[in-house]
Structures are given as structure tokens and as C-alpha cells.
Design a protein around this ligand. Structure first.
Ligand code: AMP
Ligand code: MG
Length: 413
């Protein structure tokens, strides 16, 4: 069956409309957290270094610290002491002698160079050096990595395994981050049961809350889970009101289509304002976006693939914007050769699930995960990318070039 695609808005338009709702953040939206509690949070202000890195001149090699003036031809310099990492040399350093020094040890005052031990002949009388010496060699100077006061992280970056150890290395104890976004989640449907409950006739397990909660946690949100709401306007109204009282963002799934038990859109209209609700996207046509009294609202479609996909493509960037995560980027798209045919009819932008790899010639190839129904959630666990097929494109034959979008961390374990 051909859908009537008139009146559906494009993904780009939808993203643009959502972006227009994002308010600017203020200082009252920030908090200061100890490093260990800041994982996954977003910097609200640039982080400046309180120290120089390295904090003192130190040796890059195991070898000998020398004064350049002592290095005349055939000089043999007795060893006057030792400097270790964590145990500097503090003694008297007579002219015409050298100091044994290890990597990371502070370079003694007055040293002009460190000579690696592989270029030293050691005898009873002292050390003779066998290679040419340049002033400053093998000395890591104070601040040559980072100067005190340098900005080491901009505002708007997520604090993870690349960022937090850097701050730890500088002795930073607290970091100024945006407060976590509060998100309320519920699923709608008379047929849904939570995992762990036996299924009666006609019932299925609730997949969507699982998917959404996991992705929200990965995005650093604080989640309020309101459970499963039955297809009844009164129950739905109560859920909307409870969610709105707690959250910055409310996310539901199901009930946004045109069936007789689909009340979500009606409730959004009654309690708030509908921004838009039909996308020229497959899967994911019935996606509703709008505003409630104190919060934003995203109504995901009921079919699990559609719910996860619209979350990934629309809600993920929206949450990045609401969270102040300005460094967030849309996953890049690449060209790949389809090695299996792909079924497609014109009218909607299609996000099929695919498996990409590099072939023997070093080119990207992609094959389908198989059945692309919007209820086939196993397609996500088989896939490592979306195959993004343009709105007006039709069936793709093996050998044609298509765009792929490798999954980002949200869908990759
Ligand atoms: P709806 O949009 O409510 O008409 O739902 C569309 C399809 O998705 C129906 O087959 C529902 O049973 C199914 N569905 C809705 N919500 C969920 C959910 N949370 N988990 C799994 N399937 C769902
Ligand atoms: Mg339903």
C-alpha cells in the first residue's frame, strides 16, 4: 500500500522545530561536583588548569645530568649523587661532576642537559660521554604541556574517560557542570506487561521503557519511570500531570497513531501544545513533539524499532541541546556499496538496519540485517549501522552506493 505522504514533515524540519524550543541556560542550572561524581556530566564553564604540567623541569631519560661547561673533549665526570622520580637530588654538586638521574626525576639546579645512559661509558674514574650534547636535551621543561591558567576543557563537553583523568592529573577536585536533565518515562498500552509477569492472551512485554531508560541513563539524565499506563484517558491524564510536575522532558511511547485507543496526542493537545506529530520517516511516522506546562514532550511510536529509532534520531540531539552538550555531533554518514538488495518505496526517509564492513579492496560494504519490520527489534542487535535511504529513493539493487550511519555509543555496547 502507498502511504499518502502529504502533510508529513521531514526529519530536518522536525529537528529544526525542536531546536527552536531549546531555551538558553543560566548559571542557576549549574552545580559543582567532585570529579568522581561528574562522570557523564557536561561542563558548564571552561576548566582552567590550576598548575603547570609538568610542574618542574624533569628528565625524559635514564642517564646523567650535566653542566654544559664541563663537557670538554674526553672529560670524565665523577658521579656526585643520584636523582630519582619522587626523590630529588639535594646535595652539593661540585663543578666537573655529573648526577645520575632517572626518568621523571627533577633536574638538579644548573643542569644544562641530560645524557642517556646508552651514550655513557662508565668507569671507576667517572663517566665519559660518547655522543654530541645539545643544551636542553632530554629535559622536559616546566609547563611545556600545560601552563597554569590555560583552558584545558571548553564548556559543553561530556566528562568521560578522556576528560576526567586529565582533570585528576591537574589536581582539580571539583568541576562546574550543568544539572542533570530530569526525564519522566512511561509506556502506554492495554496489552503491555512488565518483564517478570506471566503473559495472558493478547499481551506482550514492554520493550520501549527498557530501551528508553537505558539510553537516557547513558545520556546522563535523571530518570523517573512511571511504568505502564493503560489506554484510558483518565489514567493517561494523571500520568501526564505527574510527569510534568517532576520532569524537564516527558517521554511516552505508543498511542500516537490513529487507532481507537490512541489518546496520547489528544492528551498533549488538551494539557499543552502540539509542535508537530507526523514524520516523513520510516520507521517512525507517528512521533509527536510538543510542550506541556513545565516540560517538553516527546511521544514515541509504539513499535519498538520505531521508538528506539526516533529516540536516537530526534530525542538524542534534543537532549544534547537541552543538556548544554554543545560538543555533541550528529553521527557521520559514509558511502558504502550495498551487497544485498534493499526494499524501499518512495515517500519517506528510511532508516534500515545494516551490517557494514570493509572489503578486501578497503571499500565499505553494507548488507541488510534481513526483515525490516518495525516490530523486529532483533535487527538492532544484529546491526552496526543504519542504511539511510533518501525520501524519494525506491528499491536498491546489489552493487548500488548507499549512505550508512554507523551507530554511536548509544546503540553500541
Ligand atoms: P500503538 O502506537 O500504541 O498503536 O502501538 C503500535 C504497536 O507497538 C502495537 O503492536 C503495540 O502492541 C506495540 N507496542 C506499543 N508499545 C510497546 C512497548 N512499550 N513495547 C513493545 N511493543 C509495544
Ligand atoms: Mg497502543
Amino acid at each position: 500500500m502507498e502511504f499518502n505522504t502529504a502533510g508529513l514533515i521531514s526529519l530536518e524540519e522536525a529537528l529544526e522545530k525542536m531546536r527552536a524550543y531549546v531555551p538558553s541556560k543560566t548559571a542557576k542550572d549549574t552545580e559543582s561536583l567532585p570529579l568522581a561524581a561528574a562522570a557523564g556530566r557536561i561542563t558548564a564553564t571552561p576548566v582552567k588548569s590550576p598548575v603547570f604540567v609538568p610542574p618542574f623541569d624533569n628528565s625524559a631519560m635514564d642517564g646523567y645530568a650535566v653542566r654544559c661547561a664541563d663537557l670538554h673533549t674526553d672529560a670524565v665526570l665523577p658521579v656526585a649523587g643520584k636523582a630519582f622520580a619522587g626523590a630529588p637530588f639535594h646535595g652539593e654538586w661540585p663543578a666537573g661532576t655529573c648526577i645520575r638521574i632517572m626518568t621523571g626525576a627533577p633536574v638538579p639546579q644548573g643542569a644544562g642537559a641530560v645524557i642517556m645512559q646508552e651514550q655513557a661509558d662508565v668507569s671507576e674514574a667517572g663517566v665519559r660521554f660518547t655522543a654530541e650534547v645539545h643544551k636542553g636535551q632530554n629535559i622536559r621543561l616546566t609547563g611545556d604541556d600545560i601552563k597554569q591558567g590555560d583552558s584545558v576543557l571548553p564548556a559543553g563537553v561530556r566528562l568521560g574517560a578522556a576528560e576526567l583523568p586529565l582533570l585528576a592529573s591537574l589536581g582539580v577536585t571539583e568541576v562546574n557542570v550543568w544539572k542533570a536533565l530530569k526525564v519522566a518515562v512511561f509506556s502506554t498500552g492495554d496489552e503491555l506487561q512488565p518483564v517478570g509477569t506471566p503473559l495472558e492472551e493478547g499481551q506482550i512485554y514492554d520493550t520501549n521503557r527498557f530501551a528508553v531508560r537505558l539510553m537516557l541513563e547513558q545520556l546522563g539524565c535523571t530518570v523517573l519511570d512511571l511504568g505502564i499506563i493503560r489506554d484510558n484517558p483518565q489514567a493517561l491524564r494523571t500520568a501526564f500531570e505527574e510527569a510534568n510536575a517532576f520532569a524537564d522532558l516527558v517521554i511516552s511511547s505508543g498511542g500516537v497513531s490513529v487507532g481507537e485507543a490512541d489518546y496520547t496526542k489528544q492528551m498533549l493537545d488538551e494539557l499543552g501544545e502540539i509542535g508537530f506529530w507526523k514524520l516523513a520517516m520510516k520507521p517512525g511516522k507517528p512521533f509527536a513533539f510538543g510542550k506541556l506546562k513545565n516540560s517538553w514532550f516527546c511521544g514515541l511510536p509504539g513499535n519498538p524499532v520505531s521508538a528506539a529509532l526516533t529516540f536516537y534520531q530526534l530525542v538524542q540531539p534534543f537532549i544534547a541541546q537541552l543538556s548544554g552538550h554543545t560538543a555533541w555531533k550528529f553521527p557521520p554518514r559514509l558511502k558504502a556499496k550495498a551487497v544485498t538488495p534493499l526494499k524501499k518505496s518512495a515517500g519517506r526517509l528510511d532508516f534500515q538496519r545494516g551490517i557494514f564492513s570493509t572489503n578486501a579492496e578497503g571499500q565499505l560494504e553494507v548488507r541488510t540485517t534481513g526483515h525490516q519490520g518495525s516490530h523486529v527489534f532483533s535487527s538492532f542487535s544484529l546491526a552496526n549501522c543504519f542504511v539511510v535511504l533518501e525520501r524519494e529513493r525506491e528499491n536498491v539493487a546489489a552493487g548500488e552506493i548507499v549512505e550508512i550511519e554507523p551507530f554511536n555509543a548509544l546503540l553500541r555496547s
